[in-house]
Design a protein around this ligand. Structure first.
Ligand code: NAD
Length: 490
């Protein structure tokens, strides 16, 4: 109710005021980035490097993109409609009202900011339900919005952050907000859809992934190796876009596995604020580390080769799972289907393009995908066949940082898009308006129906849509005749 009240004022804010709000948020992030990263690290256990590159940087890029492009994609757009040349057809992008955002724990700051930035730019209020696993840091992040709103003279109630467990999220879904943006797991995505049916609340679902990374035999080995390390171990693997399935061509398999193992076996792991740099941090919750352990144990029991790690570690200091490489992963292992969300590289040997695509598309998910090859045609051919919301060629995850591109998934990874023009417009009522360009003020007489009306409509349709000019002209004359008869009552 408080956000709704504040939004009544915010919906009339100018583009300039909205840009100023976002610029204040950016200034705050830049001025306090060290402190904010430490807050993120304390709450999540990720490394400082992952916090600055994975939380602050994408949010700054999203702010910059939205400040530059928000007005362009949200201002009223004219659409040419040849059927009514005397009318002006327009799409107006009206704010929806209050948007409910439900967040997971993997990016405590970014998960809040990502959906809230476009929502605010589009004139909405926002109620964010943060994850119970990273509730502590959210109080600090709320201050960013409050200070920015106060500095431009708008009520700080516009953005609310609420804490709680699943039932609080469920209450938000049923609270009458105008849109729910849910980022989280597939099972809870189903619950969101169920809850949203009550008030017919639209939803955007950003769910999990089991993203494939295809490494062809002509790939640049060093480039592919480093992308794979990043794709798997960034954020300790707790990354919706994580490269969960490495599909490596036969011709490069041995060189690739040897190279990644060389790095991972030397990774340093430990508390991220301990003074020394660490490569891999902690896992957020006990539930999550149990899941990772179960999947790794299952794979090993079914024949996966452990090239690095494979076990819990540093148990007296938190939830740490060793950076792990499993080679020769096969279909019967749970880890080939279930999202791991942990520091585990799963490598599978494939004979060529056909097998790679068949395995890649065999998952229930379809969030993102990656292809490594030095052959441009091959890259496009593979990308065209991948069932995913995005494909990044010869880099890992950059599609997310290109903020003009839409972000979201297909299949079990959800629906709706967050970034780019689509993400902004998703926060609006895309309202169609038709107004007079030339005011005719002539009634279109539909009633009472006359014996000529059916033929008039038929002739009109033929005149407009028939192939060939002669047929059209013939119908035009027929139409004139019918209209005259109608007018004279014959
Ligand atoms: P989760 O589904 O357990 O929880 C997400 C949020 O939903 C939490 O705030 C939780 O309290 C809330 N919630 C739980 N039950 C609910 C209910 N019945 N109704 C409403 N809200 C409810 O997910 P998680 O474990 O926090 O996060 C990990 C998952 O998030 C992974 O599957 C990951 O892939 C996914 N994820 C996806 C993206 C993306 O953009 N596609 C980004 C990050 C994370």
């Amino acid at each position: 109710a408080r956000a709704r009240e504040a939004q009544k004022q915010w919906r009339h804010s100018s583009w300039d005021e909205r840009r100023r709000l976002l610029q204040h948020i950016m200034d705050h992030l830049l001025a306090h980035s060290d402190e904010l990263c430490r807050v993120v690290v304390q709450d999540s256990g990720k490394t400082m490097e992952n916090a600055i590159a994975g939380e602050i940087w994408p949010v700054c890029e999203k702010l910059r993109w939205t400040i530059r492009n928000g007005e362009k994609y949200l201002k009223t757009e004219n659409v040419w409609t040849p059927l009514f040349p005397h009318k002006r057809a327009m799409i107006e992008y009206h704010p929806l009202g209050v948007i409910g955002v439900i967040c997971p724990w993997n990016y405590p700051l970014q998960n809040i900011m990502g959906p809230t930035i476009p929502a605010l730019m589009a004139g909405n209020g926002v109620v964010v339900k943060v994850s119970e696993a990273v509730a502590w840091s959210s109080a600090r992040f709320l201050r960013i919005f409050q200070e920015a709103l106060e500095s431009i003279g708008y009520p700080s109630d516009l953005v609310q952050i609420v804490n709680g467990y699943g039932e609080t999220g469920a209450a938000l879904v049923r609270s009458g907000v105008e849109l729910i943006v849910f980022t989280g797991s597939m099972p809870n995505g189903r619950r969101i859809i169920e809850g949203s049916a009550e008030n017919i609340t639209p939803v955007i679902l950003e769910l999990g992934g089991k993203d494939p990374m295809i490494i062809c035999d002509d790939a640049d080995l060093d480039q592919a190796v480093h992308a794979a390390l990043g794709g798997v171990f960034i954020n300790c693997g707790q990354n919706c876009l994580a490269a969960e399935r490495l599909l490596v061509f036969d011709g490069i398999y041995d060189r690739f596995t040897e190279a990644v193992a060389g790095y991972v076996n030397n990774f340093r792991q430990g508390p991220p604020l301990g003074g020394e740099p660490v490569d891999v941090g902690a896992i957020v919750s006990p539930i999550q580390i149990d899941l990772v352990e179960r999947l790794v144990n299952d794979a090993v029991s079914k024949g996966a080769r452990v090239l690095a790690g494979g076990k819990r570690t540093l148990t007296d200091q938190g939830q740490y799972f060793q950076p792990t490489i499993l080679a020769d992963v096969t279909d019967d292992m749970d880890i080939t289907r279930e999202e791991t969300f942990g520091p585990v590289m799963c490598i599978r040997r494939v004979s060529g393009e056909e097998e790679a695509i068949q395995i890649a598309n065999g998952a229930d998910y379809g969030l993102s995908s990656t292809v490594f090859t030095t052959d441009k045609d091959r890259a496009r051919r593979l990308a065209n066949q991948l069932e995913a919301g995005s494909t990044c060629i010869n880099d890992f995850g950059f599609t997310y940082m290109a903020m003009g591109l839409p972000f979201g998934g297909v299949k079990g990874s959800g629906f709706g898009r967050l970034n780019g023009a689509e993400g902004l417009r998703a926060c609006t009522n895309r309202k169609a308006v038709l107004e007079d360009r030339i005011a005719l003020h002539k009634p279109i007489r539909i009633y009472p129906v006359t014996p000529h009306d059916y033929d008039i409509a038929k002739r009109t349709i033929q005149m407009i849509y028939r192939r060939g000019i002669l047929g059209r002209i013939g119908n035009l004359f027929g139409l004139i005749g019918l209209q005259l008869r109608k007018a004279t009552g014959r």
